[in-house]
Design a protein around this ligand. Structure first.
Ligand code: ZN
Ligand code: ZN
Ligand code: ZN
Ligand code: ZN
Ligand code: ZN
Ligand code: ZN
Ligand code: ZN
Ligand code: ZN
Length: 690
């Protein structure tokens, strides 16, 4: 029973390690508990509250023991974080709590952890209003997109701190982490959510080989209570929207049941969308925008402005639209006119019509196809009978008989548009010639089209995803300045706020962070370019040459054993020493069990046994001038590095020059493929793709 509970909020407040009395450890030993140094002692700590009707159990939590140092056996020191997580900070200060503990041997070593980075909280705010941050996603400032995407930085950050602060992690928990490397108190705290664990719901993170995964959730507004009912409803709708990324050349058929699909293209530059099948009313229409918020009443471009130029029987087969530059999202919406509705479209590169003078083909003026000269007359005759062309809009009607009587034109306040049914004319009227109010900000517009563009581009009450904080929130009133930068009202305000560069700690405006990070990248390239990298000519070695190159192009270490203070300008001394070295390697071996040298007896890879064989091999193959390669034994660390470097080069074939891989493998403290990859990512210049 622990009655005297004190909270550590100054030394290691974010740890899960408690301090108990010396008597506790004696009791454990008396009970036959065995301690090992590699594994912490895990306890299940349970908090009770004293009430009128006796003690009430509040909650229990996994902890480990930092030390057994207290005098009083009923005392415990618990880190602030534990009390915060158990939500008993207040109660402890009012002396309403007591605790009990039991040994917990059920916690397995963790093998995998998924963490979602949320953002940071100031220690000051956390103490002032800790309730606000318990068991939720609330942070003072979300992490920047760049930070979250920087896997290397995040992982090394976490690896350095996880072990220091925590002994165990529980699935679904929120973790607060000091920015100090030793886990001690810092003013800024990073908050993460544990999204997944194996092999259990609580695992040990001490002395385990953890596979750490960073998950990035799609963000929604900070708190649902800040939205009114209608907007949260719409949110649910957006969540069930399906996203489909399309590529050039895809032919896609859409039916009314799929109106919730948002199609997207990475870049619409120089692309054209063609509707190759639509009904006679053109009742399927496409609405384009620059982001996921696109809808039939919120868009920057619609296919209404590009009526089909060919009707074949009852089907419109040719509408063409130039897509806007940059990211394009679009939806297909149908007017309810018939049951069997379908819209088929494709995206391809813009083709300017090439009018070539062809000697053996002729252009048919009816169908605009190139027809071989030999069959042209026959084709023309048939074609002119089947194809009728409207003289006003040039729309072609194939196998329709005559131009439909309901065929209409309109060029009032816009370029010429046309269609073939009363229904399509009514829709045109609705989109272009009837005033419409914005349902969000109540502004008045001359037409639905203008309102929809306003909603997509300007409406201050429309939600958008801010490019700086990446939250979906209201766009807010634009200003002259925000328009100048092409930002929404919110984005300008948000972008002017400062943030700390996660690479150098410098305070920069969010809107300037990209530019600032470019500087880091330029610095990296500059530094990398100044490195003159060349491989050591010893094929067992994986070092690069030092600043002073020797005549043999061996690295400093490999060359060291041949170095002499005497003058050796003709290299004869070097050759004598090399010969002796080879003979010893091949006859006696270097004596190392790890040796992988083909020309060393110890590696077991050399089959030469007699001295004449060895001498012959040394002179005929190893030392024939000019010598381009050496087979000198290296130490164990170098052998291991070489192995990792070779594996990496094979795995990521062509990503980096072998010189960079060898240089990198010597720069990392722990030699693994992952660490090497991270290092190269951060420091090396990748080989440009051929
Ligand atoms: Zn023709
Ligand atoms: Zn016409
Ligand atoms: Zn019109
Ligand atoms: Zn509006
Ligand atoms: Zn923002
Ligand atoms: Zn920086
Ligand atoms: Zn070397
Ligand atoms: Zn050897």
């Amino acid at each position: 029973m622990l009655l005297n509970i004190s909270i550590d909020s100054s030394r290691n407040p974010f740890s899960d390690k408690i301090i108990l009395s010396q008597n506790v450890v004696r009791k454990f030993i008396d009970d036959g508990v065995e301690f090992t140094t590699s594994r912490p002692i895990f306890l299940r700590l349970t908090a009770f509250e004293n009430s009128k009707n006796g003690p009430v159990k509040l909650c229990s939590i996994s902890v480990s023991v930092r030390e057994f140092a207290l005098e009083d056996s009923e005392s415990v020191v618990i880190p602030w974080y534990l009390a915060f997580k158990m939500n008993i900070l207040d109660k402890i200060t009012h002396n309403k709590i007591f605790m009990d503990y039991a040994l917990d041997n059920s916690i397995p070593d963790g093998s995998h952890i998924s963490l979602e980075p949320l953002g940071w909280i100031s220690w000051n705010n956390l103490q002032q209003n800790s309730q606000k941050y318990v068991n939720n996603h609330v942070v003072d400032e979300p992490f920047t997109e760049k930070f979250i995407r920087d896997d290397f930085f995040l992982k090394s950050f976490l690896e350095a701190r996880l072990n220091n602060a925590l002994s165990s992690i529980t699935n679904g928990d929120y973790i607060l982490m000091s920015t100090n490397c030793n886990g001690e108190l810092s003013e800024k705290l990073y908050k993460f959510k544990v999204e997944g664990l194996s092999p259990g719901s609580t695992v040990s993170v001490v002395n385990t080989d953890l596979d750490l995964e960073i998950v990035r959730a799609i963000k929604y507004p900070p708190s649902t209570t800040e939205m009114n009912a209608s907007s949260s409803e719409r949110f649910i709708n957006e969540q069930i929207r399906k996203n489909v990324e399309i590529s050039i050349g895809d032919v896609i058929s859409v039916i009314p049941a799929e109106q919730n699909t948002v199609f997207s293209l990475v870049d619409g530059s120089n692309l054209e969308l063609r509707i190759v099948e639509n009904d006679i009313h053109e009742s399927g229409q496409i609405f384009f925008g620059s982001n996921n918020s696109v809808d039939f009443d919120c868009y920057s471009l619609s296919s209404n402005s590009a009526p089909s130029t060919v009707l074949r029987l009852q089907t419109n087969i040719d509408s063409r639209l130039d897509l806007p530059k940059g990211e394009v999202s679009f939806v297909v919406k149908f007017d309810k006119v018939s049951l069997a509705q379908l819209l088929k479209f494709t995206v391809h590169e813009k083709t300017s019509k090439i009018i070539t003078n062809s000697s053996d083909h002729k252009l048919c003026s009816n169908c605009e196809n190139w027809i071989p000269n030999t069959t042209y007359d026959l084709h023309e005759l048939r074609c002119s009978r089947n194809v009728k062309t409207c003289i006003e809009c040039s729309k072609k009607f194939i196998n329709v008989g005559s131009v439909p009587t309901e065929h209409w034109h309109c060029s009032r306040q816009h370029s010429l548009m046309f269609g073939d049914t009363v229904h399509s004319q009514e829709r045109h009227q609705r989109f272009y010639h009837e005033p419409q109010d914005c349902n969000l900000c109540q502004s008045h517009f001359q037409s639905f089209e203008l309102m929809a563009r306003h909603k997509h581009n300007d409406c201050p009450f429309k939600e958008h995803v801010c490019r700086f904080c990446h939250l979906s929130l209201l766009r807010e009133k634009p200003t002259v300045e925000s328009r100048y930068f092409g930002l929404s009202g919110h984005e300008l305000a948000c972008g002017m706020k400062t943030t700390e560069c996660y690479k150098c700690g410098k305070i920069v405006k969010r809107m300037e962070l990209d530019l600032h990070l470019d500087i880091h990248n330029a610095e990296k390239i500059d530094k990398a370019q100044r490195l003159q990298l060349a491989l050591c000519k010893n094929i067992n070695c994986c070092r690069t040459l030092g600043e002073v190159w020797n005549a043999q192009s061996l690295c400093d270490i490999c060359y060291g054993q041949f170095y002499s203070t005497q003058d050796d300008s003709d290299g004869s001394q070097f050759l004598r020493k090399l010969e002796r070295k080879y003979v010893i390697q091949l006859s006696r071996g270097c004596g190392s069990t790890f040796c992988k040298n083909l020309n060393c007896k110890s590696s077991g890879l050399s089959r030469l046994s007699t001295m004449p064989e060895i001498m012959n091999h040394v002179h005929k193959s190893l030392m024939t001038a000019p010598i381009f390669q050496f087979w000198i034994c290296v130490d164990e660390a170098t052998t291991k590095k070489k192995l990792v470097a070779d594996m990496y080069a094979e795995l990521k074939s062509g990503k980096y020059e072998i010189e960079w891989i060898h240089y990198g493998v010597n720069q990392i403290p722990v030699v693994t493929i992952d660490a090497l990859d991270h290092w190269l990512e951060e420091n090396a210049i990748a080989t440009p793709p051929k």
